[in-house]
Structure formats: C-alpha cells, structure tokens
Design a binder for this molecule. Structure first.
Ligand code: THU
Length: 131
C-alpha cells in the first residue's frame, strides 16, 4: 500500500472525529505487518483530560485485533496543515513501531512529509529497557 492510499483511508474517516470541544479533527491510518489498515479519529471528552488522540484510537483498534507491529502511520487533520503526533502518542506507538517504520503527514495541498519513527522520538524508552 502506498502512502497516498493510506492517507486516503485516514481522510475517509476524518468526519467521524468526535471533537466538539476543540473543533480540531484528526484522523490516522495504520498499516500493519499483516497488510491490514486500521483507522482512528480523536475522541474528545467533557473532562478534556480523558481525550484520546486519533493515533492511539487507530493503535488500540489494531492491537485489539491481535496486531503487534505497525509498518507505517498516516496522520491528517482538519487544519489543512501538517499535524504531528503528540508526545504521548509517540511514546504509545513505540511499543509497536521500529525506529525505521514511517510516519506520513499530509496537508490539504496533497503534500507529504515522511519521517522515520526514530527521528520523531530519539532515544525512546522501550519495553526492552525494563530490567
Ligand atoms: N490530537 C490528535 O488526535 N492527534 C494529534 O496528533 C494531535 C492532537 C487531538 C487531541 C484533541 O482532540 C485535539 O486534537 C486538540 O488537541
């Protein structure tokens, strides 16, 4: 699956974003090692703090279906600008993404930015570090 196809899958669910507090819609699409795509949107909460980002929604959907390894993740938002994953999501994704796996950002001009996951969270704490 190419990057544009993965971005399209994220775009297809953006309107499902539940974001009445920020009005900032985010969608993500994850390609797993089994070749399956899991999408997710941000799900906000009246408490604000219980809000779940789009990236973690997609990740928990994948993991709940038995997936453990993600090849790449595409992220888009209603801002039309490149939207970077927050720090909590970067740490959360680290359990399922290698440094060499890819993070694809897209804006509303159809431009892409592609990062290696390791570039976005250098020196990440990983489960293997727990002794
Ligand atoms: N948000 C995401 O879903 N992913 C990101 O990468 C950045 C932030 C959401 C959380 C909240 O619902 C809204 O965007 C504003 O922060």
């Amino acid at each position: 699956m190419n990057n544009q196809e993965l971005i399209s899958q994220a775009k297809a669910v953006l309107s499902n974003s539940y974001s009445p507090y920020s009005n900032f819609k985010v969608a993500a699409a994850i390609l797993t090692e089994n070749g399956i795509v899991y999408t997710g949107v941000n799900v906000e909460n009246a408490s604000y703090g219980a809000t779940i980002c789009a990236e973690r929604t997609a990740a928990v959907k994948a993991v709940s279906e038995g997936e453990r390894k993600f090849i790449k993740i595409a992220i888009i938002s209603s801002s039309g600008e490149f939207t970077y994953p927050c720090g909590i999501c970067r740490q959360f994704l680290a359990d399922f993404m290698d440094d060499a796996s890819e993070v694809i950002l897209s804006n509303d001009k159809g431009e892409e930015k592609v990062f290696k996951f390791g570039e976005l969270i250098p020196g990440v704490f990983r489960g293997e570090d727990i002794k």
